[in-house]
Write a protein that binds this ligand. Sequence first.
Ligand code: FAD
Length: 665
Amino acid sequence: MDEMADINDMGDIAAEFAAYTTGAPVVDTKAPGGPVNERWDTRRFEAKLVNPANRRKHTVIVVGTGLAGGAAGATLAEQGYHVVQFCYQDSPRRAHSIAAQGGINAAKNYRNDGDSVHRLFYDTVKGGDFRARESNVHRLAQISVEIIDQCVAQGVPFAREYGGLLDTRSFGGVQVSRTFYARGQTGQQLLLGAYQALSRQIAAGTVEMHARTEMLDLIVVDGRARGIVARDLVTGKIDTYYADAVVLASGGYGNVFYLSTNAMNSNATAIWRAHRRGAYFANPCFTQIHPTCIPRTGEHQSKLTLMSESLRNDGRIWVPKAKGDDRPANEIPEDERDYYLERIYPAFGNLVPRDIASRAAKNVCDEGRGVGPGGQGVYLDFADAIARMGRKAVEEKYGNLFDMYARITAEDPYTVPMRIYPAVHYTMGGLWVDYDLQTTVPGLFAIGEANFSDHGANRLGASALMQGLADGYFVLPSTINDYLARNPHRSGDDDVNDEHPVVQEVLADTEDRLRLLLAVDGDRTPDSFHRELGELMWEFCGMARTEPGLRKALERIPQIREEFWRRIKVPGTGEEFNQSLEKANRIVDYLELAELMCLDALHRDESCGGHFREESQTPDGEAARRDEEFTYAAAWEFTDTGEAPVLHKEDLVFEYVHPTQRSYA
Ligand SMILES: Cc1cc2nc3c(=O)[nH]c(=O)nc-3n(C[C@H](O)[C@H](O)[C@H](O)COP(=O)(O)OP(=O)(O)OC[C@H]3O[C@@H](n4cnc5c(N)ncnc54)[C@H](O)[C@@H]3O)c2cc1C
């Protein structure tokens, strides 16, 4: 905070550099060269393998059972490794991935509409506003095709068209139809597939599953990840678990904003604790604000609900042309409506990428043309689609989403347009990983939403499920072999155990933190702090960011942190099921992560994708990148709480998709 005081006192751009130091660039040494379409084959061939008979001697910890972790645990166990897996839900199949609605992308080109691996690669690099790695994105596009085959083989009930082929629909930022779906429950069906595969291994004894167990810290011995400290959420017992490698598949950190579309329990603790133990955190400020969520209704709310992007295939987005027009939607004549996305972006219309659709919604609301309470909403209207396709066809495609909307709002979206507004949805930032998905801590891997690797500054819809399953079923199970082969397990080796001084220290840290949380006995609930932090983040590090706003947030966060440790009230004890303790412990991490997010947003003095700095926009109000200065991933190294972190830059090179001003007009 002294550093923050400095930057506030000095008040010029150069002063920002007082808040962090710059270290050596970070280089992805695993990324192969050569033609982009051969790199994945090259890496797989060059990577060392572990003899099948030796695999059972290796233990791999997997934290998380969502699509990324579930897929990874099942596949590693199938290969013969001994897997020890964790989730905080009561069953692996309740991971947040189950909430995914709209679909999963794959370059199958079943529709023969011009799709290809190269086009998916191109769309994803461009959609990410040229802040992702070409090598990783190309691999993702290649693997997308295999994912669909794998899931179909598992029996995932994807929607089919009349002829029997799998059906597809379109998502934002693309002009082909490559999104495979299972009504509005794609994540649930995919997760059931992964869960089945995982359950088979649990039954076979190759996966040791610990549900309702939360990782609270990482054990790093001699520079390598060797285990975790975790708490049984039912009994409160804290235990240590050891392995030859640790995989974090713990999801995203959107809940730092308090209100988001994420499951209430999604949190940042696993990745933040790993960051504190040496794993760099990349692009923490890259947050996705989803344009189609049910608007907030008041102060009482603790959760926001997504209306899937798939709805933009057939729904039309509009607001009244006139400011303050508060007539009911159905009374506003056609020529007094502004279908603003179709007007501003005729080529992509309602299917522009999320960052663009969200900003456009904010702009029309800021102009005073928003609808619903407080003017914080725009219409998503299906009247044309119902007239064109008939109500039954709309019901078949989107029925469960319409039902969900009706239950939450008590309005019938078949007769009255839905009201939607942008909300925090996904985090593109995460632990920095190399091409092998290994973090800067050897032996620690991060997959799925927990890593930063493939989506740049903006993720295209239906690409998270694709990435999670690519990482879990295909990438990690290939690349982790190389690490394990190079660090052979010495039979009977129990050099890391509870007596080891490092383990004792990590255990003591965890126990002290929980004890302190219980001991403060103040007068504010964990939720009250979380809400305060979330509101601050939404205001200053949300859809639009400014230098003064970010500075203000950076000044305020340490104050909230200080107040937290004075006034937090956690009832009960640590030796029992105690959700207040769980929450409070997660907020400790949010209070540090939030600061890094704001610092990252302040230092990135450009707009790109979901990171919109008001100072850096085109005359049309679009995000203006500053490629000469910012074509890099920002990988942050932790020093200490409230101390200046170290910035390591990874230069991004574009050989195939050349950076241009994104245009969807
Ligand atoms: C409402 C909604 C709809 C979406 N729809 C789509 C869509 O249609 N298409 C698409 O591509 N993407 C969609 N997404 C995004 C996508 O669902 C997620 O990015 C993806 O499911 C994340 O998967 P994951 O495996 O990385 O993590 P998660 O599914 O979040 O799983 C995290 C796992 O880690 C465990 N865990 C976390 N921390 C700890 C800890 N400390 N100790 C122990 N266990 C821990 C949890 O218990 C859980 O098992 C949607 C997101 C939301 C919020």
